[in-house]
Design a binder for this molecule. Sequence first.
Ligand SMILES: [Zn+2]
Length: 286
Amino acid sequence: MRWFDAHNHLQDARLGPEPERWVPVAAAAGVAGMVVNGTCESDWPEVRRLALRCPSVIPAFGLHPWRVSARSPGWRGKLVEFLDSTPQAGLGEVGLDRWILEQTPERCLELGVGPRGPAPLEVQLDVLQEQLDLATERGLPVTLHCLKAWGPLMDCCRGRPRLPRGFLLHSYGGSAEGVPEWVALGAYFSVSGHSLQPRKASHAAVLRAIPRDRLLVETDAPDQMPPAEWVSHPAVDARGRPVNAPANLARIAEGLAVLLGMPPWELAEHSEANWLRFFGRPRSVV
Ligand SMILES: [Zn+2]
């Protein structure tokens, strides 16, 4: 079986100074491709470097909703430059987040929001629309982040031309009832090891509502640590805190297959076909 990580942040400093060392480790664990998502102007160069260096990496560039208030006046031009100069690049991680607006200033700083604090939802929405316009013009696959903003995100997608390549709702945390309309709007869904937390048990019914031809799996490394039994590659950051590694995907997917009520080989087959259809074929996969 081989696996394709629909969403991670290999460029994140918590994965160490030479994050490309994770790529062969992940490959040995059955991970044949990964989409590495940028979040802000300052991490786009590292995402591009990793993509050019590692043939199994497909890059995505975008302004994450947490980073919107830290954007420079020239952010859009820079984004276009990264999209233009990197083969196979998609748009991501972009989206809407109301959860972050409920966090304390200290917590926001810890999460890397920036000194100005999180941008209000209206501003997040403006920046998202601008980025979706770019994806429409260029026919790019889009990766969306959404926390506690499912209504506004659906209104945004309903109210604009359909994205030509569709979009991925990463680490899907919406409702089972919402799935059919998302599918009609062009959505794919990826599930992460977060769904394996015992307190998320009720979420299994939501995951089973996702059509097989729209289902992908992800690590969201270095975030979304699964419970210890689903960690094949324990790792820590420079401060000794546990981090999720891209190499955990195969083990996480085994757990997700149980949750979804299908054999792992079937999940591998569907998630590979969906990943390749949505993101394209990485240089390493023939
Ligand atoms: Zn992410």
